[in-house]
Design a binder for this molecule. Structure first.
Ligand code: ATP
Length: 349
């Protein structure tokens, strides 16, 4: 189902929970609504589901206005974080529920439920009750129940929040495969950036009731549209401007000297090498190692460059180990220059 939201607004008293929000979602896409707590993600999901009414604005499903469509006519499946299965129903009955409501023939129900049980890896659990299942199994039953009536849109509110870290990782991969097999347009709410980046085709960043940015995980990570997105997603070094860095002539332009501009450098955009030729310093900076400590799969490394600017980065365990005080060359491969008007990703020239 293609979804379009136009100028959507939701107030609670004088509080604007959703503020003239616009976005579109293409049919079959798996989209993560990501943002800090209280930003408005759940409110958007509830309005799409028909559980809350917008105060103004439009929700269009396949180009048709859906604002006043009742919940049960929206063709939507839900999975909420506490996976509230029907306690008194077996796994089979839970999954079959939506099909029974739709008065689907019992032979068809049996076949569909059997197929979903197999797909979800729940063979042998048909007659178990929710309290006899693990958290991960209950979550999979909840997905099967939501998918059984073949919804055109699947809404997932923090679907993995209550599941322990290891199983959560497995379920993320499983969800991606499942959604691509079904081709169901899916929107999931999360405040976990790793989850959104790993699972979604596209991410919509929601902050203060507004869309900050919509894009692929790659775009969101590498080309943050606003300072908020830049600081919310991933780790980065944040530097105030004006600052001139070798290899980035643009930083001496007027744009970088604006007082409200700042520079963001991801740790993986920084390369630290033993100090070598004078030549190298034309594109890099001279630096001094401040700290280096082991963190399992990599080393944390902090270096100080000109103007007492400190940068952190990670070194792979195969790379050289530096001592505090050691002089090094610091090569910055790229950086984001963020101003209130735009974000530019600059490459070292
Ligand atoms: P979280 O990640 O914490 O679930 P969220 O991004 O999903 O947050 P929402 O649940 O949509 O955020 O809430 C957005 C804002 O609207 C919050 O500040 C919340 O307190 C407020 N809000 C939500 N529902 C109501 C309500 N029924 N009455 C009053 N305020 C509400």
């Amino acid at each position: 189902m293609h979804i379009e939201v136009r100028e959507l607004e939701k107030h609670f008293g004088s509080f604007h929970a959703i503020n003239k929000t616009n976005f579109q979602i293409q049919k079959g896409h798996l989209v993560g609504l990501l943002g800090p707590s209280g930003g408005g993600k759940t409110s958007i999901l509830k309005m799409l589901a028909g559980l809350e009414q917008p105060d103004s604005g439009e929700i269009l499903f396949n180009g048709t206005l859906a604002n006043s469509l009742p919940v049960q006519k929206r063709g939507i499946g839900f999975v909420f974080q506490n996976y509230a299965l029907f306690k008194h129903m077996s796994v089979f009955e839970n999954i079959a529920f939506g099909l029974k409501v739709k008065k689907v023939k019992s032979s068809v129900i049996k076949e569909r439920v059997r197929y979903l049980i197999e797909l979800m890896g729940l063979e042998g659990k048909e007659n178990k009750y929710p309290h006899q299942l693990s958290g991960g199994q209950r979550q999979r039953v909840a997905f099967a129940r939501a998918l059984a009536p073949e919804p055109q849109l699947l809404l997932l509110d923090e679907p993995f929040a209550a599941i322990d870290a290891k199983i959560r990782k497995e379920l993320r991969h499983w969800l991606r495969n499942l959604i691509s097999e079904f081709g169901t347009t899916t929107i999931f709410v999360t405040h976990d950036q790793d989850e959104a980046i790993e699972v979604a085709d596209e991410i919509i960043i929601i902050h203060n009731g507004k869309v900050e940015q919509q894009g692929t995980p790659w775009e969101i990570y590498n080309q943050p549209a606003t300072a908020f997105v830049a600081s919310f997603i991933g780790e980065s070094n944040k530097l105030e401007t004006p600052l001139s860095l070798n290899g980035f002539p643009e930083l001496t332009d007027s744009v970088a000297s604006k007082s409200d501009a700042h520079i963001l450098i991801r740790p993986e955009w920084i390369e630290v090498r033993p100090q070598k030729s004078a030549n190298y310093a034309r594109v890099g900076e001279r630096g001094v190692v401040k700290h280096m400590h082991f963190r399992g799969e990599s080393w944390f490394l902090e270096v100080e460059i000109l103007n007492n600017v400190k940068l952190f980065t990670y070194q792979s365990i195969n790379q050289k180990v530096f001592q505090p005080g050691e002089e090094v060359d610091v090569l910055i491969h790229k950086l984001s220059l963020i101003t209130p008007d735009e974000t530019r990703v600059l490459e070292n020239k």
